[in-house]
Design a protein around this ligand. Structure first.
Ligand code: GDP
Ligand code: MG
Length: 370
């Protein structure tokens, strides 16, 4: 991006924000860690701190990854990653349950047996779709605030008997801020008091213009309960995905985002990750947030062991030394000592940050004193 905060720049260089603030002060500029720098200033600082300026593509910057962009010719098509958002009780969970059953691979391999925070279905057409099974705007925001955009498409669920409600509007704003295209699923179409036309009118008030009204937002009438309209919905998703031309390089070390994590009594720390590029393999050394470990096992939503997971494929990983926060970025690194180094740095940063927070905010003086 052409703009970056002091803190973000410090993170990327593995330097302290306070040192950048100090440097800029010597140049006669008063800035704080959260202030935004323009590209020229940022470049100057990078050089001043003895680092090289690395050009990365916008798309790669948005994912929050530090390493370089992949050459275009290395990229291959990948499945879209879809999040379901909407007002409480409008049917997000029901729709995710219904969509799970569209999976044609389920028959042979056994159904989805456990909730891991994301699942991938294969459609009759052969197309694949990954659904984030963590409905809730909080998860979406957590990822965004860490700069790790996991979602390609948002399904906005609006109950036809209730219409646009406060969390519907919140979801619209999230999708907009993230520049993620929306598909409207007008749910509960089976109800006698369903008013799908009213929903579309309401949406217009919020500048969501559906195709039938001359806009470019696809809309599908569904009933999660009666399993109606699901094929149309998955078709709408594949159509939108084609427009987005989603691609990633599968032939490199894996990077992605943490969807959920927990400390399992029997298995220890377990994190569900979504691979964004590269291929994650058993035995890889992974850093995820301030945690690291050697991947002992990769498990899918059917509870099966996987040998590897490529782009857009979610997997549970076992072997980390703790549970990373949802929304943290993960990356495979070359060896254990590199992993330890990164984690030590990040833990130090976390401590510094919490010290600043408990100190009642980051004043310039406080940062200078460090
Ligand atoms: P969430 O809060 O958005 O996750 O909503 P839920 O999936 O929990 O659904 C809320 C309620 O609406 C539940 O009682 C569901 O059974 C019901 N519901 C969900 N989808 C439909 C639908 O398509 N038709 C009808 N009639 N009820 C539905
Ligand atoms: Mg729910």
């Amino acid at each position: 991006p052409e703009r970056i905060t002091v803190q973000e720049l410090a993170n990327r260089m593995a330097e302290r924000a306070a040192d950048i603030v100090k440097f800029l002060m010597q140049q006669g500029q008063m800035v704080r860690a959260n202030d935004v720098l323009d590209a020229d200033d940022a470049e100057l600082i990078v050089e001043e701190f003895g680092h090289t300026v690395k050009r990365v593509s916008e798309a790669d910057v948005e994912t929050g990854f530090i390493s370089e962009a992949d050459p275009e010719e290395s990229k291959k098509p990948r499945a879209p990653v879809v999040a379901v958002m909407g007002h409480v009780d409008h049917g997000k969970t029901s729709l995710l349950d219904a969509l799970r059953e569209t999976d044609v691979a389920a028959g042979e391999a056994g159904g989805i047996t456990q909730h891991i925070g994301a699942y991938q279905v294969q459609l009759k057409s052969g197309d694949k779709i990954t659904f984030l099974d963590t409905p809730g705007h909080a998860a979406f925001s957590a990822m965004r605030s860490r700069g790790a955009q996991a979602t390609d498409i948002v399904i906005l669920v609006v109950a036809a008997d209730d219409g646009v409600m406060p969390q519907t509007i919140e979801a619209i704003n999230h999708a907009r801020a993230a520049k993620v295209p929306m598909i409207v699923a007008v749910n509960k179409i089976d109800k006698p008091d369903a008013k799908p036309e009213k929903v579309l009118q309401d949406l217009l008030q919020h500048e969501v213009v559906v195709e039938s009204m001359g806009g470019d937002v696809q809309t599908v009438n569904v009933s999660a309960l009666k399993r109606l309209g699901l094929e149309e919905l998955t078709e709408a998703i594949t159509l939108q995905a084609e427009v987005l031309e989603l691609k990633a390089n599968p032939d490199r070390s894996a990077e992605g985002v943490v969807i959920e994590s927990q400390i399992d009594k029997g298995r220890g720390p377990v994190a569900t990750v979504l691979v964004k590029r590269g291929t994650l393999k058993r035995g890889d050394i992974v850093v995820a947030g301030a945690q690291w470990g050697k991947v002992r096992a990769l498990v899918n939503e059917r509870g099966q062991q996987m040998a590897e997971a490529g782009p857009s494929l979610p997997a549970e990983i076992l072997g980390l030394d703790g549970a990373p926060e949802p929304g943290e970025v993960f990356a495979v690194v070359e060896n254990e000592s590199r992993a330890r180094e990164i984690v030590a740095y990040r833990q130090r940063q976390l401590r510094e940050r919490s010290a600043l927070v408990t100190g009642g905010g980051a004043s310039l003086e406080q940062m200078m004193a460090k």
